[in-house]
Design a protein around this ligand. Sequence first.
Ligand code: SF4
Length: 462
Amino acid sequence: MNNGYCTPLDITQIEENFAEIHPAMSPAEAGVEANRCLYCYDAPCMHACPTHIDIPSFIKKIASGNLTGSARVIFDANPIGATCARVCPVDVLCEGACVEKTLLKKPIEIGRLQRYATDHVLLSDRQLFDKRESNGKSVGIVGSGPAGLSCAMYLARLGYDVTVYEQRERAGGLDTYGMAEYKMSQSVSLAEVEQIAKMGVKFLLNTMIVGTKDESKNGELQDMQMVAFEEIKAWHDAVFLAIGLGATNGLGIQGEDLTGVYDALEFIEQIKTRDWRSIPLGETVVVIGAGNTAIDAATQAKRLGAEKVTLVYRRKEKDASAYEYELELAKKDGIEFLWQAAPLEILSDESSSSVAGLRCERTDGSREVFDMSCDMVIKAIGQHKQFSFFQNIAQVEVDETGRVFVEENMRTTDAKIFAGGDCVNGGAEAVDAAQMGKLAAIGIHHSLSDERIAFAGSAIPK
Ligand code: SF4
């Protein structure tokens, strides 16, 4: 490892490597692309979007020069529309369903058009939605990731006093801390948070919600306020849990505590600081796992300056959970792949407690054991479910895999508590979490008032 601490590349080179992979469209490009759209009736792209944004409508508004109106259509159905424009797997969602893909072999660039319209509003600091006059009721939201932000925005539109509890120093959850830097910088997510804060939503940062009052008294953490869940429940008329998933799973092999072993999400989070010189980086990096997070970690280690990055996975390439286009990107970035190899032990030098290699066993039937040298290992084999958090909330039922059980309106087995996002679906896209946040806001409103409402892209619950 470069003494374990820094990139060999100069800052200009790194800035170039982390330039946005899908750059902004010029007005001329956006005009041409918007005019290619057929504005389909019952558009398949709209069905394929989990938040059901009225895509033909927002594209038509771009074509007619009404960018604010276009952004309004987007944010009306998805409060994190600017984030999703950059990080959504559009190839398998809206663009994958576009009829132009079948007719002309090239789908409309919906993601980039969405970005074009939403940037117009975020950059001009324009406020699209206001809080309705207060209805005197309050909702506490635990977690400020995509599900929490979405729920907060719709509840504010309905007149609720909303407080979002977030344990980190910045709001936005994975949108702020977990997206590959070449897809999206923190500023986009924070601008969306700001839009929601301007609607009167209160964000209590550096605030950790713990299961019991005892924990909140005993577990002092530096600069962190700890609040018991039972207090949150008592303070508010309803609570929405959007706590996501926990830390990356351990490998359960020897050597996991050596210097130079990192959790993929922690590694990605450090990159988000853009303080390139302070990010630990090996010369020869091994990433264990083959999901989208593993790809993000591998490609970013390479772009940061690692000489060689190898992705190790126990199954075959066809079994990898990463999207095909993500695997293609990794290949273009020069990532090497070692399929059908399971890690047995992380090795160290005799003289130090730092990573020196990885011992693996072939899973192709040969069971051959071999060593590969490396000076950094990044674990990316999925995240823990939040079992321990729910142990202290007896009324909220969790299934055997650790996912919170919810009804169609996102209500848990406790009538006052709703849940959504990764803690419910076990880990999906930000856009799926945004939709759950919307449905939860409607579910909460229907449980606290007689008014029956729907938002863009939501079905009215029976
Ligand atoms: Fe336009 Fe394609 Fe959607 Fe049809 S399916 S409305 S062409 S983006």
